[in-house]
Ligand binder design. Structure first.
Ligand SMILES: [Zn+2]
Length: 60
């Protein structure tokens, strides 16, 4: 079994909804990251529920 519990969790992104902070349109996002199709607004990826795949588990 090569897969870890953390990797399994990333296969099920959480879909959430928010009102666009620019135009107010209700938009859907994955893991707390949003992009409005109406005005092009996107939120900061750092507001997401999880770090981006390439940013996780940085080994020091
Ligand atoms: Zn918008």
């Amino acid at each position: 079994m090569p897969s870890s519990p953390d990797e399994a969790a990333t296969e099920h992104p959480e879909i959430t909804f928010i009102g666009c902070s620019r135009c107010g349109t209700l938009i859907a996002g994955l893991d707390g990251r949003y992009a409005c199709s109406g005005c092009g607004w996107v939120n900061e990826w750092t507001e997401g529920h999880r770090p981006l795949p390439e940013a996780r588990r940085r080994r020091t």
